[in-house]
Write a protein that binds this ligand. Structure first.
Ligand code: SF4
Length: 367
């Protein structure tokens, strides 16, 4: 199996001097390694005390993680963090996401020897969209004191949604991203005392190619929860989007170089790995979801009917699916079973890496 490229720093730290012959071989080995890529970046990548990688399980967040390793960031400073968009750690199948995503992210982190943690809003997107004169649910964050989790929020004003997030780049109306991803990350950074100590770099995988809105994101900026100049509480947090300028080809190249098996959604034909039932899903995607996950599809259709408002302005998900065609690659019962399981049962590293069927395909997903 091809192995990930070794880092100079790892060899430099771990190689004890064992005589001239060893020294000769060691120097030869060092000479064959690619240089750390940290110096090629517009920021001082290696200057942080901790690195939080927001991991969706999709190719872009994996590319971010692998790029950090390429830059020579020590593994013990990296934490992979996943937001469970359907809420809770385990349990019933959710309304929106791929059941396997959480465990895929966990196994990926373990395979790379990295810490893994999760946050979620209780009840996930479904509870928020069904809110009827109720407050937004609290967020569960990893709280490292005593190793216990902690709930934050949940005491806001009662309000009513009773509608799916709207298809818009405006996060105020496309509220899912802010409610189940951005807010949980903010709650964690604001409440976990580890972030008061030293410098933190938060890494996310938005790419300019994905949408016009994303092309305007900054590649590097202070994080929303940075408070480095605070009078009472000081928190130094930067936000880096290392693959912002990358092409899709570059993303797949680094995943191939590390021999990482992509999330099964890509092999089933999806071009982007967002929530399986993302509100931006195309007609072909809805047709595919109906084929590979009929009970989840039915639940989404039922929620549309209950709220009286469809995700699409004019068409119900049933009508969208009827206009689309399932991706040919989705006709694969073994892969469907993997994708529909809460346990990712395949190996993370693969010997014979293949570009998945969804690569360079339809790119419907968050804008
Ligand atoms: S992937 Fe789609 S449905 Fe999920 S949070 Fe993002 S925009 Fe919302």
């Amino acid at each position: 199996m091809p192995q990930p490229v070794a880092r100079q720093g790892e060899i430099g730290v771990s190689a004890p001097y064992q005589g001239d012959m060893f020294q000769f071989e060691y120097e030869q080995e060092l000479a064959t390694l690619p240089p750390s890529r940290a110096h090629q970046e517009p920021i001082d990548v290696l200057s942080y005390d901790r690195y939080i990688v927001a991991m969706s399980g999709g190719k872009d967040s994996i590319a971010c993680l692998l790029h950090l390793l390429d830059c020579g960031v020590p593994k013990d400073r990296i934490e992979v963090h996943h937001h469970n968009v359907d809420g809770e750690e385990t349990g019933e199948d959710g309304l929106m996401d791929w059941p396997v995503t959480g465990d895929y992210c966990k196994k990926l982190s373990e395979a790379l020897g990295l810490r893994y943690s999760q946050s979620w809003r209780h009840g996930g997107i479904e509870r928020e969209l069904m809110r009827d004169n109720q407050p937004t649910a609290p967020v569960s964050i990893p709280y490292l004191v005593d190793g216990k989790r902690m709930d934050v929020g949940g005491a806001g004003k009662p309000n009513t949604r009773l509608k799916f997030p709207q298809q818009s780049a405006n996060l105020a109306v496309r509220w899912c991203s802010s409610v189940v991803k951005i807010a949980p990350m903010d709650a964690w950074i604001s409440n976990d005392p580890q972030f008061l100590d030293g410098r933190t770099l938060v890494i996310t995988g938005e790419r300019a190619e994905e949408s016009s809105a994303r092309s305007h994101y900054n590649e590097f900026e202070p994080h929303r929860k940075d408070n480095r100049n605070g009078a009472r509480v000081r928190r130094f947090v930067d936000h880096w989007r290392p693959v912002h300028k990358w092409s899709e080809q570059q993303v797949w190249d680094i995943i191939k170089r590390y021999s990482i098996r992509p999330h099964p959604g890509y092999s089933l034909g999806f071009g982007r790995l967002s929530c399986r039932c993302c509100v931006f899903a195309s007609k072909n995607q809805w047709a595919t979801i109906k084929f590979i996950a009929p009970s989840q599809f039915k639940r989404v259709a039922e929620v549309e009917a209950f709220t009286g408002l469809t995700i699409h302005r004019k068409l119900s998900v049933q009508e969208q699916a009827a206009c689309g065609t399932p991706y040919p690659a989705s006709n694969n019962p073994e892969l469907i079973a993997v994708a529909n399981s809460h346990v990712f049962s395949l190996s993370i590293f693969v010997d014979d890496w293949q570009l998945p069927a969804g690569a360079f395909g339809e790119a419907s997903g968050p804008t």
